[in-house]
Design a protein around this ligand. Structure first.
Ligand code: HEC
Length: 139
């Protein structure tokens, strides 16, 4: 784990998350990423539009165009489908799947894995905050 992730996890772990998984919790996750993004760049603000662009941005992996939406589908409120195995993936939108972003360790692990798959490195707190902010607008 690099130093930045360690700091981020420590920061997020220090925030008491609601025992009930609900949209407020996903909002809290977005807020936490926002706080961290601001520490790295004081002018940072989270943007649903930037999150949408990030969600649909295509990169070439093993000769194929891939984006977050390749598995999580164009509408995050829909059930996703793994682009290789075809297995269903529960919707990403907290409005229809309140479990989303209720467990920050799980969220961080998935962010790290999927960002590495697509970009070869973890995504920034700004990207993650924008991503969750966008998901919060979908239904
Ligand atoms: C190859 C298919 C695939 C791609 C591409 C993909 N994901 Fe995922 N994603 C999954 C699967 C599978 C899960 C885990 C199953 C679940 O949580 O329902 C998941 C779950 C997640 C979670 C966990 C959310 C939570 O807290 O419950 C996050 C965050 C996530 N993905 C972010 C991303 C981002 C960001 C991208 C684009 C950079 C991306 N994913 C691209 C398949 C994918």
């Amino acid at each position: 784990m690099n130093k930045l992730s360690a700091v981020l996890i420590a920061l997020l772990a220090s925030v008491s998350l609601s025992a009930h998984a609900d949209v407020i919790t996903a909002q809290q996750a977005a807020n936490d990423y926002g706080v961290f993004a601001k520490r790295l760049n004081p002018n940072s603000t989270l943007s649903a539009d930037a999150g949408r662009a990030f969600y649909t941005k295509k990169v070439v992996v093993n000769g194929k165009d891939v984006s977050c939406s390749s598995c999580h589908t164009d509408n995050p409120a829909n059930t996703g489908k793994h682009n290789v195995t075809g297995n269903p993936i529960k919707p990403m939108a907290p409005s229809v799947n309140p479990q989303r972003f209720s467990d920050i360790n799980k969220s961080e692990k998935n962010f790290t894995n999927h960002c590495k798959d697509l970009y070869g490195k973890n995504c920034s707190p700004q990207d993650k905050g924008d991503f969750v902010t966008y998901l919060l607008t979908t239904k």
